[in-house]
Design a protein around this ligand. Structure first.
Ligand SMILES: Nc1nc2c(ncn2[C@@H]2O[C@H](COP(=O)(O)OP(=O)(O)OP(=O)(O)O)[C@@H](O)[C@H]2O)c(=O)[nH]1
Ligand SMILES: [Mg+2]
Length: 620
């Protein structure tokens, strides 16, 4: 066979497989300091020292060859050559955490018994040394009967030696015949005993110093200080989103304003100018302005993930989650949903119990995805005064915090109800390893932010742009006769008038009714649609053209209860088509996505209505 030999990276979760994969192939797979980051098989190409190619595969971490959850099944099938359309791997790279050998060697021993060509990557030796451990790689190799290469994936140490070892194995396997041995039924207790004995033989404790992670955890997981610290961290995050973003947002805003007036003065009046000025620059610009806030939020999330703190947060939430019938394993998927529900729903593959998994999928859209941030901050910026409630604590940040909290509370209540009705069943226990604390690397943080920025800008340039141009066309034609409002006379305006009949009782106005349907494509389109509609109306009426910011215009024409109801709607509404599509894929049918959409719409309608009526009753 001429094709490049296939080599798979396997090992326990959080051993550093993806970090090694990136170091070996130059790829940028997501790494994170918690178990369960990788949930799919990812392939990449690596070149050996002599230039020969090898196809490298990164797999979800797993504890044994007996899979407990869907992502672990992928790993077993690839390793045993049972994956459809996939060859048996020519060799395995078993990745183990040098500081956690007794646990990681158990799975390694199981894999070694398969009789495939194997090299062990003894990863994270830097962390082990920090903890006062010295690992004898030669002794380990002798005990295991396979080559062992010491590596530090994040510093690219040992990568060339590992490449060389992979090269040798790939050559050998070309001369081998036959397949993989069927895995013998494993006696876990015996394996664990062997693993512990080997780990002890190869490890020297050089200092009896108490491990640093344990010292930090004495505070971070303390029954009183732990939750206080978590609350304080979250608080700072939401304050920072408003406090730090103003300058760059003003700059972006000014940039788009300049671009807009250039187009207005240099292009002849007509279709092209209006499309560019109203539909593209005003509309998409209104969304891109929020890039700094999104990056600040993600900067914090990435820091908390890389440091190892997120798993502690999961641990503290576990009691609460258990009480509503969710497994602690649901924490990471729900956390990913703060970025976007799509990867969040995919991350539920780490949950073994099917009903547990289904519940988590159904509530994932309730955690506030980053696409909602522009909508939230637009309304908050326009309607909530920027004053301090207490020294250092701004009201705007507090309201944003409350919106996120409302989403989380909604998710917990929904889980509680679902677990007692549609997804009734016992909820299994939760075991999650605590990763060690680490200082996040600047490079990883940079790559993470860069990835986020490109995802957001790509969305703005594709789905948001396309939806908004479509909206612009529908909102610009037919042209309204003098004296009539374009946003009401146009096709989009008439559709909106029909929708308005349904949403009028919960306080929504015609503009909101117009912005809701295109927001199904992407939530940010609610913002660009409002910006575009205001621009069209300002141009078509003879009122002197004001270039007032979107927020200022809304402030002038929306009653406060309407604005608050709009916020409440966005906390709960199932608003994007990609989420519905991924739910269909992960649950194999239309039944659950249909259920999800229905229950979330009801919830959003009730929440927005209650907010509107309450705010009106309070005379706001
Ligand atoms: N100090 C140190 N950190 C490492 C090393 N290798 C990986 N890490 C960090 O360990 C964490 C886990 O790395 P990943 O590559 O995501 O682990 P994984 O094995 O792919 O985990 P799953 O995908 O969850 O199975 C990340 O925070 C990495 O930055 C290493 O050699 N030294
Ligand atoms: Mg991984």
């Amino acid at each position: 066979m001429n094709a490049a030999p296939m080599v798979a990276l396997v090992g326990n979760p959080n051993a550093g497989k993806s970090a090694l994969f990136n170091a070996l192939t130059g790829a940028r797979q997501k790494v994170g300091n918690y178990p369960g980051v990788t949930v799919e098989r990812k392939a990449g190409r690596m070149s050996l020292a002599d230039g020969r190619p090898v196809e490298l595969i990164d797999l979800p971490g797993t504890y044994s060859l007996e899979p407990a959850s869907p992502d672990e099944r992928v790993t077993r099938d690839v390793v045993l050559g049972r994956q459809e359309g996939e060859r048996l791997p020519a060799a395995l790279v078993i990745v183990v955490d040098a500081g956690n050998l007794d646990n990681h060697l158990r799975f390694a021993l199981q894999l070694i018994d398969l009789d495939l060509p194997i090299v062990v990557a003894l990863n994270m030796i830097d962390m082990a040394e920090r903890d006062g451990l010295r690992i004898d790689a030669d002794r380990l190799a002798a005990e295991l009967g396979v080559p062992v290469v010491a590596t530090v994936a994040v510093r690219k140490r040992g990568i060339e030696a590992l490449k060389a070892a992979i090269g040798t194995l790939a050559m050998e396997s070309g001369r081998r015949a036959g397949g993989v041995r069927t895995p013998p039924p494993s006696d876990l207790a015996a394996l664990q005993k062997r693993a512990r004995a080997i780990a002890r033989a190869a490890t020297h404790e050089t200092s009896g110093a108490r491990r640093r992670s344990q010292q930090i955890d004495a505070v971070a997981l303390h029954p009183l200080f732990g939750p206080l610290l978590l609350a304080a961290i979250l608080f700072v995050v939401f304050q920072a989103v408003f406090a730090w973003a103003q300058a760059p947002m003003d700059a972006i805003d000014a940039g788009f304003a300049a671009l807009g007036s250039w187009v207005d003065t240099h292009l002849p009046p007509g279709f092209v100018r209006d499309l560019l000025s109203q539909g593209v620059i005003k509309g998409v610009g209104a969304v891109i302005v929020f890039l700094p806030q999104i990056l600040i939020l993600f900067g914090f999330i990435l820091l908390l993930e890389a440091s190892g703190y997120m798993v502690r947060a999961a641990f503290m939430m576990d009691r609460l989650m258990a009480r509503v019938g969710l497994s602690g394993r649901a924490f990471i998927p729900l956390l990913s949903s703060f970025a976007c529900a799509v990867p969040g729903i995919m991350a539920t593959r780490t949950i073994d119990d099917p009903k547990d998994r289904l519940t988590t999928i159904l509530i994932a859209p309730l955690t506030t995805c980053s696409a909602r941030l522009p909508v939230y901050t637009l309304i908050i910026g326009a309607f909530i005064p920027a004053r301090a409630v207490l020294p250092g604590i701004g009201l705007q940040g507090l309201v944003l915090f409350a919106l996120y909290a409302a989403g989380v509370a909604g998710a917990l209540v929904a889980a509680l109800i679902l677990r007692r009705t549609v997804t009734r069943g016992p909820s299994p226990g939760f075991l999650m390893e605590m990763p060690r604390y680490q200082l996040p690397s600047v490079r990883d943080l940079g790559i993470g932010l860069w990835t986020r920025a490109t995802i957001f800008l790509k969305r703005a340039g594709t789905i948001i742009l396309a939806s908004n141009v479509a909206l612009w066309v529908l909102a610009s034609y037919p042209q309204a006769p003098a004296g009539m409002k374009q946003s009401e006379y146009s096709i989009a305006g008439r559709i909106a008038s029909a929708i308005e009949l349904v949403v009028r009782p919960i306080g929504f106005n015609h503009e909101i009714a117009l912005a809701l349907p295109p927001a199904m494509a992407a939530r940010e389109v609610a913002v660009s649609a409002l910006a575009t509609v205001y621009a069209i109306d300002a141009d078509s009426t003879d009122e002197t053209r004001t270039d007032a910011a979107l927020g200022v215009r809304m402030q002038a024409s929306w009653p406060l209860p309407t604005a608050l109801a709009f916020l409440a709607w966005f906390v709960f509404a199932p608003q994007c088509l990609s989420t519905i599509a991924v739910t269909r894929r992960e649950t194999n049918g239309w039944r659950w996505p249909a259920f999800m959409v229905a229950y979330l719409f009801c919830l959003a309608y009730l929440a927005a209505g209650a907010t509107f009526w309450l705010a009106t009753a309070l005379g706001l």
